[in-house]
Design a protein around this ligand. Sequence first.
Ligand code: ZN
Length: 131
Amino acid sequence: MKIDHIGIATRQLKEAIALWQDALGLEVDSTEVVGEQGVRIAMLPIGETHIELLEPLTPESPIGKFLDRRGPGIHHIAIRVDDIRMALEQLKEKGARLIDETPRIGAGDCLVAFIHPSSTNGVLLELVQQQ
Ligand code: ZN
C-alpha cells in the first residue's frame, strides 16, 4: 500500500498553486474537473505521492461545505489499494462506516471510495485503485 495523495481544500486553486509550485517548487502534473464531486483539482507529485489541491465548483459541493465549516486545510488522505472492492468489504466487515458502498470514478479515471471519518480517527479516508 501507498499514500496515493493528500487532499487539501483550498478556496482558489490559483492561490494554492502559487504556494506549492512557485514557492515550494513542485510541478503541477495535471488539473481536472471532477463534475460528480463538484470539484476542480490539481495534482502535484511529491516523492512517491501527490498533493491534491481541491477547489469547489459551487458552495454546495462537499468541498464548498467543508471550507464553510472548517476553512482551508487537509481534507482527506488517500490510500492506494490493489483491489478496492475487497478493501471495502474488509472495512465493512470490521465495522467501518462507508460513505461509498461501491467504488465510483474519481480523478484520473481511478476507482475511488470514501470512508467516513467517524470510523477512521476523524480523518476522511479515500481508497484509490488505479485501472
Ligand atoms: Zn482525493
